[in-house]
Structure formats: C-alpha cells, structure tokens
Design a binder for this molecule. Structure first.
Ligand code: GLY
Length: 373
C-alpha cells in the first residue's frame, strides 16, 4: 500500500453502503484491501486488453499475495464491448471458474468494463459481490460510484442493465498518469459537473487549481474525492433515480444527442467531450430562457476552453446534422418522458435543477442559433 493514506468517501446506503478509497498506489494494495473486507472469497477479474497490459500484473501480484488466485477475463477495449455477446463471455467465464454467489467479480478498467462486469455480477447466481477498480478519471468520478451497470442495445446506449452496488471502489489516482491527455480532459468534464450542479465553491476551486489537478499529486486526489462525495450524496438521496439523481445528467441531454449525431465516432467526440459541450449549452440555454445570467454561461465556457475541452458545437470536427435532426436525437434520448422534453437547467453556477416540459420549439430555436452550419 502507498505511504500516502488514501481518502475514504462513504456511500451511505445502509446495508448496501460501501467505501470509495482514493489515492495513489492503491492498485498494488488492492488484494489486501479486498481480502480484509471480503475474507476467504474467490475472484474473477474482468478487464480490457489495454488495461491488462498496463495494470493487471500489479493487481494480480497483490491478490496472489493475499491468497486470491483470480480467474482473468480479458476483453477488447472500447464501447462496442458493452454488448450482449461480451456479457455472455463474462457470465460464462465466471461460471467456468466455478465462482459462487459470495465470491467476487472485480472490474479493472474504465466505464465500459465497470458497467459490463457490474451487470454480470448483478445477474450471475442472482447477484455476486462486486468490486470496482477504476482506471480512468471518468470512471473514478462517475461510473464506478452509484451502482448503475449495463450494456448497450443496438437501439441505444445503456438501455439494458440493473442497479447493483459494489462492495468497494478503488480509485488509484497514480494510474491516471498514463492516460492520454484527451481522455483525462474528457473525465475532467464530469468532475467539473459536480461544481456546476450544486457545489459552486468546488467549481471556483477548480477554476483556480485545475492545472494542479492535471499535474497529479494531492490536488488531483482531493478533486476526485470531492467529486465522489458529491456523487455519493446524490446516490444516497436517490439510489434508483426517481428524483434528484437526474441532476447528474447535467450536460447529458445535449451531449448524448451530439454523440449520436456523430455516430459515436470517438475520433470526433468522446462522451466527456459531449458532456462538456452539453454543459456549456445547458448554461447558455438557461440564459436564453432568462433563468440564469449570460455571465454564468460565459464563465463555464471560459473554464472549459481554458482546460482545452470543446465547449461549442463548432468545436466538433466535421459536419453536424441540422437543428431539426439534432432535436430528433434529443427526443430519442431516454430522458424524454411521455413526449415532454426534460432538461437539467440552471439558475447559475452550482444551481442546477430538473426542468420538465421544456418546449421543443425553444430547444429548436436555441439549436438553430448555436449551430455552426
Ligand atoms: N452517471 C449518472 C448516474 O450515475 O446517475
């Protein structure tokens, strides 16, 4: 285990509650941490080819030192892995290793591996123990926390899955040093999101300290811990997204539409970049509806631009479909309820709220005004 003590954030869900440990060097001590909390269990590690090459050896060595000889299931990297075919592969691998309900599925990877392995853990033998070791910034501040698991359907992203809370989440902030800068930035968009939702002081802190967060060290671990505290609070209030948890979708309605409109082509737009543009648009749209000051929208745009994230539709390479087509992508998004458009809008930085019944005509007018074409 690292000499620097990790920060612990508790997810307060009663008997389904768990700890998130955040800090450098956690990967090598993961075996010890897992065997202390879940003694005497066997395990399967689910990972992808890229993460396996960089991190699997360290995890396995620690598990073996703690008496756990894991089965390892290695899948191709990328969003296409969140499929029925790969779910079947994971389920079969876990069953072939003869793991029982009390045994552990360990996800070692980013959001794709976490969502897929968590879903398998949720359904094999009607629910196995699950541990997430998140290796991307996006997974550390969002997808590894809160128990949403699942795969994509040919009809849309994340449409098939279950809520299945992990028993433990480990966020080793040191492994982020090896992430490509574009991927780190994309994860940073989700991190900044928590400031924009309801933690204005955190957003102001990020405006002043983002360079230190990118550089690594204590500022990075503290920023990730604050994001996890924010997410844990929301999840504890509304585990199954019947209310407040939808606030976590700030930027996602516009963002998902842009991802769909660019055919999920990661060369043009990755998820976190879509969220960055989506958050800027949500603030600008709120200003257009006279809910918030245009100065707040300007502040959000300036920060995204400063860290090198895209912040407007014009920043997406290649042509976009017209405003009407973009609106139809929004209408297809799963956050549409009975034909009414639901958006996360804002009254200013740190004052996001759920707006139901947003008129499609307003959205269309806004998209047309902001369309680069
Ligand atoms: N990523 C949004 C949520 O966990 O609810």
């Amino acid at each position: 285990m690292s000499a620097i003590a990790p920060v612990t954030v508790e997810v307060g869900l009663g008997e389904r509650g768990y700890d998130i440990l955040i800090g450098p060097g956690l990967l090598s001590g993961a075996g010890q941490e897992i065997s202390r909390r879940l003694p005497g269990r066997r395990a399967a590690v689910v990972t992808d080819e890229n993460v396996a090459a960089a991190q699997l050896g360290t995890l396995k060595a620690g598990l073996e030192t703690s008496g756990i000889q894991p089965a390892v299931i290695t899948l191709p990297a990328g969003e296409k892995t969140k499929s029925f075919a790969h779910l079947e592969e994971v389920v079969d691998g876990v069953l072939a290793a003869k793991l029982e309900r009390g045994d552990i599925v360990i996800a070692l990877g980013g959001g794709v591996i976490g969502d897929l392995a968590g879903f398998a853990a949720g359904i094999v033998r009607r629910g196995m123990n699950f541990v997430q070791i998140a290796t991307s910034l996006l997974a550390q501040v969002d997808s590894s926390v809160g128990g949403k698991t699942g795969i994509n359907s040919p009809r849309g992203k994340n449409l098939v899955g279950v809520f299945h809370q992990p028993k433990l989440v480990l966020a080793d902030t040191g492994v982020l040093d090896t992430l490509p800068i574009r991927e780190f930035r994309a994860g940073y968009a989700e991190l900044a999101k928590y400031g924009l939702i309801d933690r204005p002081a955190f957003f102001a802190w990020l405006e002043a300290n983002w360079q230190d967060v990118f550089a690594g060290g204590p500022a990075r671990a503290e920023a990730i811990a604050e994001a996890c505290r924010a997410k844990a609070d929301v999840v504890a209030r509304d585990e199954f997204e019947t209310g407040d948890r939808a606030l976590l979708n700030l930027g996602h309605t516009f963002g998902h539409a842009l991802e769909a409109a660019t055919h999920y082509d990661g060369a043009r737009l990755v998820h976190g970049e879509g969220v960055a543009i989506g958050m800027a648009l949500a603030h600008r749209f709120s200003a257009r509806l006279n809910l918030a000051s245009p100065d707040d929208a300007g502040r959000v745009e300036a920060h995204l631009r400063a860290v090198g994230l895209p912040w407007r539709m014009a920043d997406i390479p290649g042509e976009l479909p017209d405003a009407e087509a973009l609106l139809s992508y929004i209408a297809q998004d799963k956050k549409v309820s009975r034909g009414a458009l639901t958006f996360i809008l804002t009254r200013g930085v740190g004052q996001a709220f759920i707006a139901r019944d947003v008129p499609a005509s307003e959205v269309l007018g806004f998209l047309a005004e902001n369309h680069p074409g």
